[in-house]
Design a protein around this ligand. Structure first.
Ligand code: CTP
Ligand code: MG
Length: 229
């Protein structure tokens, strides 16, 4: 069987949420936000290992949370970097040896589904990289100094990119190495780095409920989504 590692990024501080602890530790449905993702990867029979990247100030809290979540697959909890990109690269370097595919996931997205993991692991075989993408329903415009510069045409071609994003391990490590050489340091996701290194990224259908919690309003929305599940 292919060895698949889930890499959960929790090295951020949740500045926009401005709570007492980073948003991945806030309670959602009675457990910390990150526990929902850990449980999903625990349930997937495709995933053998979990690696968590955590902010240095919260390593002991994370260890407690992972123990309370009864995670059998979490083998490594490692200190993150200054940016999401550097946290991701650190996590990749700490994946267990023999990892063939890695699912990189934001700890702030608690609602990933097992079918999505399966769809991604199917799509990645062709391209070496795949991510979930959701349609955009609003009109998108570029705005500067309070004025619209341009309304982006062809809304039907625009997508919102979610996580988890899945990669052949060698493809994503090479993409990170090349990004560093090119001076790219603050990419907001990993797929973009694969494109910069000349690779292709397949998309699978994202879920509207696969919300990334950023603000206090998002947390309320997440409670509502949780109540529907
Ligand atoms: N992340 C990380 N290391 C960083 C920054 C972000 O691992 N140095 C992780 C976050 O923990 C989060 C994911 O990347 O799960 C997406 O980032 P974002 O939503 O921006 O989270 P934060 O950076 O924590 O939030 P903010 O930007 O509001 O400070
Ligand atoms: Mg951030």
């Amino acid at each position: 069987m292919r060895k698949v590692t889930a890499l959960i990024l929790a090295g951020g501080e949740g500045r926009r949420m401005a709570a007492d602890v980073p948003k991945q530790f806030l309670s959602l449905g009675g457990v910390p936000v990150i526990s929902h993702s850990v449980k999903a990867f625990e349930l997937s029979d495709k995933v053998s290992d979990i690696v968590i990247v955590c902010h240095q100030d919260h390593l002991s809290l994370m260890e407690r949370v992972i123990s309370d979540t009864h995670s059998q697959k979490t083998k490594v909890i490692v200190e993150g970097g200054e940016t999401r990109q550097s946290s991701s690269f650190i996590g990749l370097k700490n994946c267990p040896s023999g990892t063939e595919y890695v699912l990189i996931h934001d700890s702030a997205r608690p609602f990933l589904r097992l079918e999505m993991i399966d769809d991604l692991l199917h799509a990645v075989k062709e391209t070496g990289a795949a991510c979930p993408a959701e349609d955009v329903s609003d009109t998108i415009a570029e705005v500067k100094r309070g004025l619209i510069l341009e309304v982006v045409p062809k809304r039907e071609d625009l997508k919102k990119i979610q996580t988890p994003q899945v990669f052949s391990y060698d493809v994503i490590v090479k993409a990170h190495e090349e990004a560093v050489k090119k001076g790219i340091t603050s990419a907001s996701d990993d797929c973009g780095l694969v494109l910069v290194s000349g690779g292709k990224v397949a998309v699978v259908k994202g879920q509207p409920g696969n919300l990334k919690i950023t603000s206090k309003f998002d947390l309320k929305l997440a409670e509502f989504i949780f109540s529907l599940e």
